[in-house]
Design a protein around this ligand. Structure first.
Ligand code: GLN
Length: 202
């Protein structure tokens, strides 16, 4: 694909094995990208960036290995393809996961320690406004659903936002972006725009 058309209308994928990939496709198309669902290695070869949606990371892990996508995904991440992971997608990107199920693996690449289901059963879901300095005003209205938190931000990664108690819930590392929460369900488009800016300049 020619560089100029990529800059105007980038072709991006949303991993569509499981989870809320349709919402991400809608947001990305609404922002002027051409967004396609990705289920096969061939689809991965065509795209210039990828969103890994929320859902259930242990299932996404199993399906990605079963469908032969895990290795091509790891290769794409290490080659520098822009990738944005939300919630389960953030777990998939993390180098280390705590409270994983037996045998659960991640794609890795993001220098983070992430804890699954970090808010416990009493507080499965909640909403809050988050200050995200790289996105400016207004604050991001963030919806957390059985969400992970970032327990440790490694040397290569940077925190983009934290809860009032200091726990990190948005991160960046080069072409990787991750959020514990779900901007795709609240009409918040700035994280997707932030990701698309990386795609356009990659
Ligand atoms: N609890 C889920 C997991 O462990 C993530 C939830 C979500 O993506 N909303 O993968």
């Amino acid at each position: 694909m020619a560089g100029s058309s990529t800059a105007q209308r980038p072709l991006v994928g949303v991993l569509a094995l499981q989870g809320d990939f349709r919402e991400h496709l809608a947001v990305l198309n609404g922002l002027g990208a051409e967004a396609i669902p990705v289920k096969r290695p061939e689809e991965l070869e065509r795209i210039n960036g990828l969103v890994i949606p929320g859902g259930e990371s242990s299932v996404m892990d199993k399906l990605s290995r079963m469908f032969g996508l895990a290795e091509p995904l790891k290769a794409a991440i290490s080659s520098g393809m822009p990738v944005y992971g939300t919630c389960a997608g953030l777990i998939m990107l993390a180098d280390t996961v705590l409270d994983a199920i037996d045998g659960q693996q991640t794609l890795g690449g993001f220098d983070l320690v992430v804890r699954r289901n970090a808010f416990g059963s009493q507080l499965d879901s909640f909403e809050t406004d988050l200050d995200v300095p790289v996105l400016g005003d207004p604050p991001v209205h963030a919806v957390f659903i059985r969400a992970p938190i970032v327990e440790a931000v490694g040397e290569k990664a940077t925190a983009l936002a934290a809860l009032a108690d200091g726990r990190v819930v948005a991160v960046e590392q080069g072409n990787l972006v991750g959020t514990s929460f779900h901007p795709e369900i609240t009409g918040e488009t700035r994280f997707h725009e932030y990701f698309l800016a990386k795609v356009r300049s990659a």
